[in-house]
Design a protein around this ligand. Structure first.
Ligand code: ADP
Length: 190
């Protein structure tokens, strides 16, 4: 089984590259942002709870995210592996993920981090905001909050995987296809 963590700040291209990884490697996509947006669209209680945090660019509380991921893994049968996209976003989430995977005889194969300069992230998110319909993509102040939350709370997750010898970094600027080729080279080394 191949279980990848695709890592990087908001706007790094995790969603775009996830699609290409899925097409080539047949993995199951597990994006916590997408799962929350699905709950929002379906009007569930979980969606309502998450909305307040998401709209402000803040993190949804760990226990809520962790439970949702655990449910998703438990209900996904016969997967060749997962791409975790936008998760884990805190060290507590990373520890919980390791625990739930090992309970199921699974483990993370590696983390691939996409590195993109802040100015480019902001441009990309504002551009996406024109069509994404996402409240959190549309105001510079909210985008700044998301980048700051990433630096304060999420960046330590990279060090967590580095300590396990599982951290790989790729420059996430350039042609989508070329970035993907570099990701594929890392995956093929697992
Ligand atoms: P992006 O990577 O562009 O910020 P996501 O779709 O990954 O977008 O996340 C959107 C929002 O969903 C986040 O700002 C946060 O409020 C919430 N969210 C998604 N994943 C997590 C997570 N693992 N932990 C806490 N909150 C999360």
């Amino acid at each position: 089984m191949l279980n990848l963590v695709l890592f990087g700040p908001p706007g790094a291209g995790k969603g775009t590259q996830s699609e290409k990884i899925i097409a080539s490697y047949g993995l199951t996509h597990l994006s916590t942002g997408d799962l929350f947006r699905k709950h929002l669209g379906e009007g569930t209680a979980l969606g309502a709870l998450a909305k307040g945090f998401m709209d402000q660019g803040r993190l949804v509380p760990d226990e809520v995210v962790i439970q949702m991921v655990e449910d998703k893994i438990a209900t996904t049968k016969d997967s060749k592996g997962f791409i975790f996209d936008g998760f884990p976003r805190t060290t507590a989430q990373a520890e919980a993920l390791d625990a739930m995977l090992s309970k199921n005889g699974m483990k993370i194969s590696g983390m691939i981090a996409l590195e993109v300069p802040q100015a480019i992230l902001k441009e990309r998110i504002l551009e996406r905001g024109k069509t994404s319909g996402r409240v959190d993509d549309q105001e510079e102040a909210k985008i700044n909050t998301r980048i700051q939350v990433y630096l304060d709370e999420t960046l330590p997750v990279a060090a967590y995987y580095e300590r396990q010898g599982k951290f790989h970094q790729i420059v996430g600027v350039g042609k989508i296809e070329e970035i993907f080729d570099q990701i594929a080279a890392v995956i093929d080394g697992y």
